[in-house]
Design a protein around this ligand. Structure first.
Ligand code: BT5
Length: 259
């Protein structure tokens, strides 16, 4: 554990960060998986936050991986018991992306952009990914919002170099993980307390890819389209050769125009 993380662990022990119950760990396979385990054993409940200095098996969506080396990122899961119908749970993904984007902007002065469905980008590269999972324990439904933020990496492995970035790379200086962590929790709390579908308007203002050509991967199909909008159900509306379609469970690769 480096000193930077020790300060976060100390913060978690000594500070009532709003009403969050923060558990900090030097290393874990995945904070989302661990949150689910603790929930199933009734060791935690809503408002728990699991934060790890390192994840050895960080998870992305659709069984993909999330690189989570020690000492350089915020790898965290926030547990909530949403006061929303299941059809609206997706709002938490968009809300969390807004919370992270705003926290990054306040802490670094960088401009953060959002990409459907779950990415925060800086200068077109991914600096944060979000993984929303659900768990039910004795008739109660919980959501586990996994947030991974690349903070102080100075480089990335070859396979990520073109698409990933960190706040340190983008600002040229080391960023305090503690300050960013507390800012994310603060923004999360504020947005969560009044969460409804109006969050989509805020998300769209920061969305980076409308009117861009995208490659959509949907189940096992891949096709080119123009990204038009995101509807109130969180679906991505695209134009495929003049026909409008809405994508719900998929992925998009943006084919950026040259600037
Ligand atoms: C995501 O998946 O973006 C969700 C990532 C969620 C990570 C958090 S960390 C805390 C919590 N505990 C967990 O175990 N997970 C959550 P997806 O959209 O599927 O993106 C995954 C893809 O992004 C991978 O296939 C890689 O190409 C790329 N990738 C992997 N690690 C990355 C990183 N550190 N930064 C940027 N891109 C990365």
């Amino acid at each position: 554990m480096n000193n930077d993380f020790a300060s976060i662990a100390e913060f978690a022990r000594t500070t009532a960060a709003g009403h969050f119950n923060i558990i900090s760990l030097a290393s874990i396979d995945s904070t989302n998986r661990y949150a689910k385990l603790l929930l199933s054993k009734k060791k935690i409940s809503s408002s728990a936050v699991i934060l790890a200095d390192e994840q050895t098996q960080g998870k992305g969506r659709l069984n993909r991986y999330w690189a989570s080396p020690p000492g350089v990122g915020l790898w965290m899961s926030i547990v909530v018991e949403p006061d929303l119908p299941a059809t609206q749970w997706f709002l938490l993904t968009f809300m969390s992306a807004v919370a992270v984007a705003e926290a990054i902007e306040r802490q670094t002065g960088l401009e953060a952009q959002l990409k459907w469905p779950n990415d925060v980008l800086i200068r077109r590269k991914k600096t944060c990914g979000i993984l929303l999972e659900s768990a039910s324990v004795e008739q109660k439904s919980f959501l586990i919002i996994g947030i991974g933020v690349n903070v102080n990496q100075s480089e990335f492995p070859d396979e990520l170099r073109d698409k990933a970035t960190s706040l340190a790379i983008e600002t040229g200086k080391e960023i305090s993980r503690l300050e960013l962590f507390t800012e994310i929790l603060l923004r999360f709390d504020q947005l969560y307390s009044s969460l409804d579908s109006s969050i989509m308007r805020i998300w769209k203002k920061k969305a980076a890819f409308f009117q861009q050509r995208v490659t959509v991967t949907e189940l096992n199909r891949e096709f080119d389209a123009m990204a038009l909008d995101v509807n109130d159900d969180g679906g991505l509306i695209v134009d495929v050769q003049g026909v409008h379609r809405t994508i719900y469970a998929g992925d998009v690769q943006i084919q950026w125009r040259q600037i």
